[in-house]
Design a protein around this ligand. Sequence first.
Ligand code: P6P
Length: 339
Amino acid sequence: MHKPTFMTLTRHILEGERMHPEATGELSALLHDLSLAAKVLSLEVNKAGLVDILGLTDQSNVHGETQKKLDIYAHDTLIRAMDHGGHLCVMASEEEEDIIHIPPHYKVGKYVLLFDPLDGSSNIDANISIGTIFSIYRRLSPEGTPGTLEDCLQPGDKQVAAGYIVYGSSTILVYSAGHGVHGFTLDPAFGEFILSHPDIRIPEKSNIYSINEGNYKYWHLGLKKYIKFLQDADNIRGEAYTARYIGSMVADIHRNMLYGGVYMYPSDIRSPNGKLRLMYECNPMAFIIEAAGGKATDGKQRILEIQPSSLHQRTPIFIGNASEVDKVHEFLETEILPD
Ligand code: P6P
């Protein structure tokens, strides 16, 4: 099929919708509303250095982390963009302890949206890439009623769509609705997301590993042995491994998905469940990476099979090339004695 060179996100979503006769267009409209929020956030993130919205607020979020002004701005922007479209019955955000109800005067829809409004926000003041992550489910509770916590606590393999926006050298929106992974770069000249990365597949070649090696002393032995293995080994193409760690999960995983590689935030002696959040960081990124041919586990099971028990629960994560994630498992499963 001839692929038009000027494929906008809106057109791509609508063409995806046409593949499903039963589609009502609600998911398309939801994704379109998300892309509008992404444009607004891109504008603010890219001028954050100029406008006084850098620096810390005097507030902290549910996790006790001091919120950056841009964190709160991104959270508020997403809610304002998404709460009145009539497609959602409930939302949940990293920045809000409880679920977020649709205001009573707005129509309630059939989808659920969970998001991390600004992942990697500790990097904001250093002008390092940061990102927004989103996860979409169909509701479980009866149509027309307010959404519930149970609507939000569904395993990741029930997602109908997921994606992220990276605010970096350019702003790119990557999403999957279950039919491939597609990347769209924002053309600021006329504010459109243009298809720049059709049908992303993670390359089998992988010589990048991403982990915070500053936590080495807290790692379990199997992980220590794996990282040592990487530092001594060559990959399947005889290339030495290289360490790349930005401190922004979205940026690290986006790079690894394009170049090949594995991102790890493991459990360790200090943090038995790791650091990253299951519902609005790991599940959507796992949905994307599996749709691109990769793998994402918690060191034992697929991220997408974890049955959630709370909105902000953490999980260890190993995500990237299937061969690399399998290799990690080999080391984690073998209790290896230190040298
Ligand atoms: P550490 C950002 O705070 C984040 O949630 C991810 O985006 C990032 O990969 C990780 O935490 C960085 O954590 O402990 O290595 O600084």
